[in-house]
Each structure stands twice: as structure tokens, then as C-alpha cells.
Ligand binder design. Sequence first.
Ligand SMILES: [Fe+2]
Ligand SMILES: [Fe+2]
Length: 152
Amino acid sequence: MPATKEEIIAGLIQAYNMEVETIVNYLANSIHLDGVRADFVKQALTADIQEEMTHAQQIGNRIKQLGGRIPGSQALKMTQSDLQPPEDTTAVIDVIRGVLAAEESAIRHYNELIKKTDGVDYVTQDLMISILANEEAHRQQFEGYLKEYTKS
Ligand SMILES: [Fe+2]
Ligand SMILES: [Fe+2]
């Protein structure tokens, strides 16, 4: 069902919030993990921080263009319980699973926004589609890591 401009702005603010929280947690985990097995995952997270930052910037610019207010730190809600740095610093699999949960929830949210903007806001829709393609690529990358790390 097509959304109002206010609903689209609210959806974009939520997307911005998710991207910023993802950056915070990818950053923490890219530093936190130890061991040979963690190295590739740490490198992948470090590279993804830049991509998620680009998403946040693109979404923030669209919020601005639509007349919305970009949230500061006190307006953000932090909810990614699956992506907290694990107590065991070699628990790479836990981090991979947390990344997959974050990417899945981003994918779900972008798919919703693509539907909501259909016929009413093609510029936002186009942006959501291009970000969705990036998130699907992230998911594929980490699904590959999970496959390897869970092989006995
Ligand atoms: Fe992203
Ligand atoms: Fe992502």
C-alpha cells in the first residue's frame, strides 16, 4: 500500500537508525575479535563500515530533501542484541550470525520501503533498491563465511 510522505520519512529515519547502529557494531566487532579464523571476518567488517556509512549518508540526504530531521544520537534507538561483541573474543561464528541478523532485518526493511514508495516516491524507491542490492551482497558474503566456519 502506498504511503504518505510522513510515513516515508519515518521509514527512512528508521533505516538511518539501523545503518548507524550497524556501523557502531561492525566497528566494535572488527576490533574485538581475536585469532587467525577471525582475520577475514574483521577485514570484511572493516570494509563494510564504509559501505554502511555511505548508506547512512544517502538516506540522511533523502530525509533532508523530503523535509525531515536527521536524528542525532539521543534520537537513536539501539536494538541489535545479536551483534554485541561476544565475551569469547574467538567466537567468530556468533558475530557472523549477528551480521546475518542485521543484514536480514535491513533487507526486510528496504523491501517494505520499496513497496510503500511504489507509485508515490520513485526517487526514494530507487535509492532503496540500490541499497537493497548492497545488503543482499553483504548477506551472501557472510552466508559464505558461515558455511565455511560451521563445516566440521
Ligand atoms: Fe547498509
Ligand atoms: Fe549491510
